[in-house]
Design a protein around this ligand. Sequence first.
Ligand SMILES: C[S@@+](CC[C@H](N)C(=O)[O-])C[C@H]1O[C@@H](n2cnc3c(N)ncnc32)[C@H](O)[C@@H]1O
Length: 301
Amino acid sequence: MQELGLFYMIQKLKHPVIYIYRTIRIFFDQFFSRGLMTEIINAIPKSIIQNNRKYLASIKNWVPIGLIESSVFRYGVNPHVEPLLNRPIDIAPTNADLLAFFATQCGCQGRYLEIGVSVGKTFWQIMNSAVQFECWAFDIEEISPALKQELSLISRVEWQTPSSSIKKTPSSFSIFLFKKTGQRVYYICADVFDPYAWTFLKDLSFNIILSDALHSATALDFEWGMLMKANALSRDFFLMIWDDLDGEMKDWFLRNKFTMAAQCKAPLNAVGEVFMNGWLGSGEFPHRYGYMIKHPKCFFK
Ligand SMILES: C[S@@+](CC[C@H](N)C(=O)[O-])C[C@H]1O[C@@H](n2cnc3c(N)ncnc32)[C@H](O)[C@@H]1O
């Protein structure tokens, strides 16, 4: 019992320590501009950040009553962060700002894939800020009501979910129309461990990928294997980031990053880790991201 009390005390103390350490790291990296990714983050224009905040604010409620209760995985929303989801976030750059910046800098059409979309906060920002990008989502949950209200359904196909999955309803692939831009939006509702779900991504040549679904090394390993098998990464240019790369996920990334870069013919110096604010901005501690980038020259035209 005493040990349990000590455990909770350490957990409570850990968060402020992580917050302070990572915030100092961001300031330090910014000041001395350490590394390619820090340089890119430093170059994100204010206009991109402001627009993303505007898009976020346009949706007043990300978590309607009953959504979490009827979900498979709580949409990845832990009880302690739920009250933060509707709060405005400050102008410190987030992962969504980085992805939007990459999309606009590339100055051409492309494809975005978010693995683990939750209620859609990051996905929504990219749908709006990267209008020349085709947006694809993958999550074990059905599309969130916040996103759904902005889309009209064009088609939906279903298949049986593997019995080993925590998902007990049929899996599906839906195509929607984003009324505002006229773009199509693609939604795969399935378990990342379901190989059939990945066949929809075959040869699609994604240029931006956010990996943010099941936070385990086994899931990341499976996901990477599926992306490679589907030949889903663009051979020309791409940015892939992995969110919340802590614990065993960090070890997995460090063990595999050079092999993964070689598989994609990405330069070895273009794969690494960086701290940056995540979907809740400064409302929680900065996240540890893994990144891999190919053809970074497009950032410095
Ligand atoms: C942290 S949330 C994603 C946040 C989102 N990327 C954002 O930035 O707004 C993680 C998501 O992964 C999904 N997820 C968890 N396990 C999964 C699995 N086995 N297969 C597919 N999605 C899963 C959860 O449903 C949740 O929506």
